[in-house]
Design a protein. Structure first.
Length: 353
């Protein structure tokens, strides 16, 4: 520990991302990346943006991208915020909307960045236990007035389980005076987006990303949608931190990507089809597999130890994600790759299990 660190730096418990080893070539099924390339139109737009105009600052408001997102979701321009990845969007959300006098409610098994942000911004975090089947207990978010805000992914991660819009609306309806953030990083793989509820509930903020369903993880573009008052709060924080979060290439690529609906729909459906096929095979191999509406499966081997299986797969060139946390230390999170990659994975599973 460095003697030059601030007190805050010494107190932090940072988020740990998935492995990115460089020692050999792996089939990477550990970081929920899309196995298919981005839209050809997005690639062309990014190449066109990489010209002499790069000497100029990008549009600090990313107007073209905001307008494209607004049109896609039938919103107004003032209802959209964009940032350098959904993680940055969430970080601004924690400062602008969720740093309150009362604790922030979130699931106890969820995205690991939430407690990291709470630690960074000194926000009290009330972790609400998931049910025994790893579903979110909706009633636990609907009782009492002891909440400063609510945040959860839908579908949740790492479980992959989605909450219905009816249950999301129940949470919104019973918490009209606090912000409810729905993190929809994986929503495009089979769940229902809560964007349709924004007009009815001014306390709802929905965040999404271009990293998963649109194959642009390397570009780092995320966005939020909600009432203009919520978006204004995010803009105030962004412009107190970094007024130019998105570069010209990112704005061009993301704008073209969200306009290419055909590529988006085909890619998502391919992943969904592969996910369901792999799930069925794992079940026949004796795995307990949670119902997933994401681009990954959360699966528990019943005949071998999960950690040992993770290690053996890695030794054979296959990376999956293992979590050592209580309640989920018997599971593996398996990103859905191409059919060819998943065939190799299933062959290895058959051999090892």
């Amino acid at each position: 520990m460095s003697k030059f660190w601030s007190k805050r730096a010494r107190e932090l418990d940072p988020y740990t991302p998935g492995e990115q080893p460089q020692d050999q070539q792996y089939i990477k099924l550990n970081t929920n990346e899309n196995p298919y390339p981005p839209s050809a139109k997005a690639i062309a737009a990014m190449r066109a943006a990489s010209d002499e105009s790069m000497r100029l600052y990008p549009d600090p408001m990313a107007k073209r991208l905001k307008q494209a997102i607004a049109e896609y979701y039938s919103l107004d321009y003032e209802q959209v915020f964009v940032g350098n990845s959904s993680d940055e969007v969430l970080a601004h959300t924690f400062v602008a909307l969720l740093k309150q006098d009362k604790p922030l409610f979130s699931p106890d098994i969820s995205y690991g960045f939430y407690p990291a942000y709470c630690s960074l911004y000194n926000i009290e975090n009330a972790k609400v236990p998931l049910a025994n089947d790893f579903t979110i207990c909706v009633d636990d978010y609907c009782n009492g007035n002891d909440k400063g805000g609510i945040i959860f992914p839908n579908p949740n991660a790492p479980s992959g389980i989605a909450l219905s819009l009816r249950n999301i609306e129940k949470i919104l309806k019973t918490n009209p005076d606090i912000v409810v953030v729905i993190d929809e990083a994986y929503v495009d793989f089979g769940a229902d987006t809560a964007v349709s509820l924004i007009a009815k509930y001014p306390n709802l903020l929905v965040t999404q990303t271009f990293s998963k369903s649109r194959s642009l993880a390397g570009l780092r573009v995320g966005f939020a949608m909600g009432h203009p008052y919520l978006i204004e709060g995010l803009e105030r924080v962004k412009n107190s931190f970094n007024s130019y979060p998105l570069d010209r290439v990112a704005i061009a690529g993301a704008t073209a990507s969200i306009k290419d609906k055909e590529h988006f729909e085909i890619t998502c459906q391919k992943i969904i089809n592969t996910r369901e096929r792999v799930r069925d095979v794992l079940v026949t191999q004796g795995f307990e597999v949670l119902p997933s509406k994401t681009n990954f499966l959360f699966a528990k081997p019943t005949q071998v130890d999960a950690k040992n299986l993770y290690i053996e797969l890695k030794e054979q060139g296959l990376l999956v994600r293992y979590f050592s946390a209580p309640r989920i230390d018997g599971f593996l999170r398996i990103t859905i790759g191409t059919d060819k990659e998943m065939d190799v994975f299933l062959q290895k599973i058959a051999e090892l299990c």
